[in-house]
Design a protein around this ligand. Structure first.
Ligand SMILES: *Cc1c(COP(=O)(O)O)cnc(C)c1O
Length: 435
């Protein structure tokens, strides 16, 4: 980055410090990961200069022959990765992908049914401060408070709720749900009430691609995802369809009168519905990440991510921590800190001082505000990329326990910070931090 170093030393310095921070800390934010240098390189290219509204072969701008090649590579690799009929790789983010799905399936005011944000759902699944809750009528299902299914979704309750509110769309997917989903049961409910089923696999896409979790592709009518979480690509989104079908709203092509495919409606919802020009440099990086994800090494990585999460969950429970649903099936866990006398906000801050990065998170039936919370969310994708194995994660749990039981003791924080640095030095991330 010699040019940047000279032309803009302030931005350059901030970037260097951020890379250093990433190198020197234990990153446990469940939605984050570390991309390869190849992905970084693809993103930092002249493809950012190119306008390419439309789709490969059908652009509204000239000069698109090479970016067409790039987008076609991204699309065919994504189809292979998820064994699906159709994909659109243009959404700028997970939230943009989701917006295109709402625009396609619902009219303002229509009812849909999604997972409660306070029970692990995402803002774009009906939060009152998000377009999804502002423009549409959001109804929720949640997780059980007690009994054998505590912390888990009870499909019988989802069915009851669906029969009661008669949604036009049912959404699955979460940001803080440590268990897998029963897609067949969701589809049966959707069929029973005449709803379309949408799965948002933003968090788990990589684990699904690697075959480590149930695959929604043949059950959900439409699937959305981010590309930067367990999938380990650049920041971005995409939409997929397992088996494409005629759109159920009767929308026809203007000249031929042919009923359009669902995929065609979604393509139009992304552009011109939601977005202008696609980010071709990011789409190039998506193509690179998808190629990486097709490798056997990525399957090993995904399996290791889950093994590590399960080792970490056991280590926390051994130390008396309460995990929502008593464990995890995937890459993340949700710790309810109420029996430990510390809030999520305090925990996040204390761990942060020791260079262990987590995020505070609401737990089901939380009595604290979203700014304080009673829990923290922890994930293994990022540190697994750095090479951590179960023993390393158990060591991290031991360090976290020391900090969480002495959150105001500066000497504990300092000691742990030293151990964190030592541990991270054994697993170098990027080697381009300049002195
Ligand atoms: C992260 C996430 C998103 C949003 O992704 P952005 O790229 O941040 O917009 C959407 N849905 C779910 C379930 C997520 O976890």
């Amino acid at each position: 980055m010699e040019d940047l170093k000279h032309s803009d030393p302030e931005v350059y310095a901030a970037i260097q410090q951020e890379v250093e921070r990433q190198n020197d800390g234990v990153e446990l934010i469940a939605s984050e990961n570390f991309v390869s240098r190849a992905v970084l390189e693809a993103m930092g290219t002249a493809l950012t200069n190119k306008y390419a509204e439309g789709l490969p072969g059908k652009r509204y701008y000239g000069g698109c022959r090479f970016v067409d090649e790039v987008e076609d590579l991204a699309r065919s690799r994504a189809r292979e990765l998820f064994d699906c009929d159709w994909v659109n790789v243009q959404p700028h983010s997970g939230a943009s992908a989701n917006a295109a799905i709402y625009l396609t399936i619902l009219q303002p005011g229509d009812t849909f049914l999604g997972l409660d944000l306070a029970h692990g759902g995402h803002l774009t699944h009906g939060s009152p401060v998000n377009f999804s809750g502002l423009l549409y009528n959001a109804e929720y299902y949640g997780v059980e408070q007690e009994g054998p299914l505590a912390g888990r979704i009870d499909m019988e309750r989802v069915r009851e709720k669906a029969l009661q509110v008669q949604p036009k769309m049912i959404s699955i997917g979460a940001s803080a749900y440590p268990r897998d989903f029963d897609y067949e049961a969701f589809r049966a409910i959707a069929d029973e009430v005449g709803a379309l089923l949408w799965m948002d696999m933003a968090h788990t896409a990589g684990l699904i691609a690697a075959g480590e979790l149930n695959n929604p592709m043949k059950h959900a009518h439409v699937v959305s995802t981010t590309t930067h979480k367990t999938l380990r690509g650049p920041r971005g989104g995409m939409i997929l369809i397992g088996d494409d079908f005629e759109n159920p709203f009767g929308k026809v092509a203007p000249k031929s009168g042919r009923v359009k495919r669902m995929s065609e409606l979604l393509d139009s919802a992304v552009f011109p519905g939601m977005q202008g020009g696609p980010l071709m440099h990011v789409i190039a990086a998506k193509a690179v990440a998808f190629k990486e994800a097709l490798n056997e090494e990525f399957q090993d990585y995904s399996r290791q991510t889950i093994l590590n999460a399960s080792a970490m969950a056991d280590a926390f429970m051994d130390r008396g921590y309460h995990l929502v649903s008593d464990g995890t099936d995937n890459h993340l866990m949700l710790i309810d800190l109420r029996n430990k006398g510390i809030t999520g906000k305090q925990a996040e801050a204390a761990l942060g001082r020791a260079e262990i990065t987590v995020n505070k998170n609401m737990v089901p039936n939380d009595d604290k505000s979203p700014f304080v919370t009673s829990g923290i969310r922890i994930g293994t994708p990022a540190m697994t990329t750095r090479g951590f194995e179960p023993a390393n994660f158990v060591q991290v749990v031991e360090m976290m326990d020391r900090v969480l039981t002495n959150p105001d003791d500066e000497s504990v924080t300092l000691a742990v910070r030293g151990e964190v640095k030592e541990l991270c030095d054994q697993f170098p991330l990027y080697d381009f931090v300049l002195p």
